[in-house]
Design a protein around this ligand. Structure first.
Ligand SMILES: O=P(O)(O)OC[C@@]1(O)O[C@H](CO)[C@@H](O)[C@@H]1O
Length: 315
């Protein structure tokens, strides 16, 4: 089973434009739609699509339409007391695949709220192969929340993956090796924020990405999967580093592509694949997600790791 924790879930509202976005103008959308969002929620939705059992832990009332709808779609949920309503995040997609995203803060939490979330995943840990701690932290949460949760999960059988950004990511990196997760999944920009290098230059240079990722591995992270958008991804472990390039993809919406990549890695891990195989599956899932609208996660038949090229970057 894969348990996901999304401390700051979102209703993902996608607005599709028939032409380029005109900043400051008034435009008609060709369509709009809402999907259940938030990084852990997306990973649970990908689990469901691939037939893997999952529990999505999130702050919401039992009767919240978000929870009701997610359960109706087949995702098992473990709601914990929320501080307020679930936020709505906006995505604007243009015909050429350009994706503009506006994320809102979410309700302000107290230590009681964050403790309830940490307790829920700790209670489920004996039954979970992986626990995924994912997304931004809501206002009011300590930036050490993920580092503390990872440390708390350490003595349990679950493996821990963390995908976050900003102060939460910096706190996690600062807490290595004490709170070492089995997997960290920064994107290029997030990895650059830890190393102080220019994100654009880093994303275009797999060797530099591997060097930055290996620095985290040396400090205790089990593995680092750095997603690089159109440039694919780099995987760094104690055994070495690999770069994978995606197949040519017609991008429709990049929202959730990183979550699908992380899921692809977990799926491949569950299937016992080696590091290059896990990386290929991650990139195949990420590029399949980018070809789908809004925050849609791919089904396994839409994913082909054989089209991904993996190269060894060295140790
Ligand atoms: O504000 P966060 O938690 O960093 O990101 C939230 C979010 O952008 O992440 C998902 C895509 O990865 C979306 O479903 C959601 O809207």
């Amino acid at each position: 089973m894969i348990v996901t924790l999304t401390p700051n879930p979102s209703i993902d509202r996608t607005i599709t434009l028939g032409g380029p976005l005109r900043r400051g103008g008034v435009q008609k959308a060709t369509s709009t739609g809402d999907q259940h969002g938030g990084k852990g929620v997306n990973i649970s939705r990908a689990c469901l699509a691939a037939g893997l059992s999952t529990v999505a832990v999130l702050p919401a009332h039992e009767e919240d339409p978000f929870v009701v709808g997610l359960r109706h779609s087949g995702v098992e949920c473990r709601p914990v007391p929320p501080a307020g309503p679930i936020r709505t995040n906006i995505t604007i997609t243009e015909p050429d695949g350009t994706t503009t995203k506006v994320n809102t803060p979410g309700a302000r939490v107290t230590p009681e709220h964050t403790e309830a979330m940490a307790r829920a995943v700790t209670d489920l840990a004996p039954h979970s192969a992986w626990t995924v701690l994912a997304g931004s932290l809501p206002p009011g949460a300590e930036s050490t929340f993920y580092a503390d949760a990872a440390q708390r999960l350490h003595p349990t059988p679950t493996k821990v993956a963390v995908d976050t950004s900003g102060a939460a990511l910096a706190s996690l990196a600062a807490a290595l090796p004490v709170a070492a997760p089995d997997l960290m999944k920064p994107n290029g920009e997030e990895l650059a924020s830890l190393t102080g290098v220019d994100p654009v230059a880093l994303e275009a240079d797999p060797l530099a990405v591997a060097a930055a990722a290996q620095a985290l591995v040396r400090r205790g992270a089990g593995a680092v999967l750095a997603s690089l958008g159109a440039n694919g991804a780099v995987l760094a472990t104690a055994e070495g580093s690999w770069h994978a390039t995606p197949p040519p993809t017609t991008v429709v919406s990049t929202v959730g592509a990183g979550d699908s990549s992380l899921f692809g890695y977990l799926l491949a891990d569950q299937r016992g694949l080696d590091a290059p195989g896990r990386l290929a599956m991650a990139v195949a899932y990420g590029s399949a997600a980018a070809a789908l609208p809004g925050t849609t996660v791919p089904t396994p038949d839409q994913v082909n790791p054989d089209l991904v090229t993996v190269t060894v970057l060295g140790g």
